[in-house]
Design a protein around this ligand. Structure first.
Ligand code: BG6
Length: 300
């Protein structure tokens, strides 16, 4: 068990950032201040919750989520890295890579100029990661939880050979009703439809939801979730990202999916800031790449 007292002494910020023992004994960074409340679990550097003060949750966390060491938690913002989806050659390797299942280290904390707490977590290669992916790396995730939620993930290649990653900030959003929700900002973008064996299409108008939706869009644009049921919109600005993944499992898959809950799909939607499919990122020895998502919410 990570020593909570030592973590709080080194990185805690009195009244704003506290490390606590969360469900399943997992260590959680808890932010509460005048701007927002948020939680981030050290395992997987996974955001669990975030809401500006006065708003209902913006990040969705399943009520049926299981908190188990070494397993991704259903909801929040899991980190998919160094591959997105199934491993391209070896389906026995973990889906969405290994970063979301491993314990990260706290590498820093601060208050940004607008008064929002910032937490930095780091993951480095180990025997366990090199058995799955044979490269030396530093992965750093920085979260700034204020009126807006800023997630920045930087990949550094510490190896002597280049590597290529695919990745995603697999963000689950809380919405009032999937049947009424739409996603704008992807008009005319090309996408691969995973529900049609990766058939390629071009988006026309806003994305609407009438069935299982699982698409990888080629797009570096900002997207907006329009949520008429809750009378608000969620804006997702991004950089370092050539793909946006849009996912809702709908009824049948939700029933079979671990930690999801039977009806929960009606109140969630994933819009993922990613580099996937053809848009993997090549990182040279000594080089870095930064993926950034900035999430904000406003009334409609
Ligand atoms: C999405 C994928 O990003 O993640 C879906 O596009 C997948 O195909 C979903 O089902 C959830 O993945 P997991 O591994 O967390 O159950």
């Amino acid at each position: 068990m990570i020593e909570l007292a030592a973590l709080n002494a080194h990185h805690g910020i009195p009244g704003q950032l506290t490390f606590i023992e969360g469900p399943g004994g997992l260590v959680v960074a808890e932010v509460t201040n005048a701007h927002a409340s948020a939680t981030l679990v050290l395992q997987g550097a996974q955001m669990l919750t975030w809401a500006p003060i006065g708003q209902s949750p913006v990040i969705w966390l399943s009520r049926a989520a299981r908190f188990v060491l070494g397993k991704s938690i259903r909801g929040g913002a899991p980190v998919c890295w160094p591959w997105f989806g199934a491993h391209p050659e070896d389906k026995t390797k973990p889906a969405h890579g290994f970063a979301r299942n491993l314990m990260w280290q706290v590498s820093g904390s601060a208050i940004d100029p607008d008064g929002a707490p910032q937490v930095k977590l780091r993951l480095q290669d180990s025997d366990q990661t090199r058995a799955l992916w044979p490269y030396a790396f530093t992965l750093e995730l920085s979260v700034t939880a204020g009126d807006a939620l800023l997630i920045e993930m930087s990949t550094t290649n510490n190896d002597d050979k280049p590597f290529t990653i695919t990745e995603a900030l697999h963000t689950y959003f809380a919405i009032g009703d999937i049947h009424q929700a739409t996603v704008t900002g992807l008009d005319v973008a090309r996408y691969w439809d995973k529900t049609e064996n990766f058939a390629q299409h071009t988006q026309s108008g806003p994305v609407k939801f009438e069935k299982e939706t699982d698409r990888v869009y080629q797009s570096d644009s900002e997207t907006t979730i329009e949520d008429p049921a809750w009378n608000r919109r969620i804006c997702i600005a991004k950089s370092g990202s050539a793909s946006t993944v849009v996912w809702n499992p709908w009824i049948d898959i939700s029933r079979k999916m671990e930690g999801m809950g039977e009806t929960a799909w009606q109140g969630m939607l994933c819009v993922e800031t990613a580099n996937a499919m053809e848009d993997g990122v090549r990182v040279q020895p000594g080089g870095s790449h930064v993926l950034m998502a900035r999430i904000s919410v406003e009334d409609r």
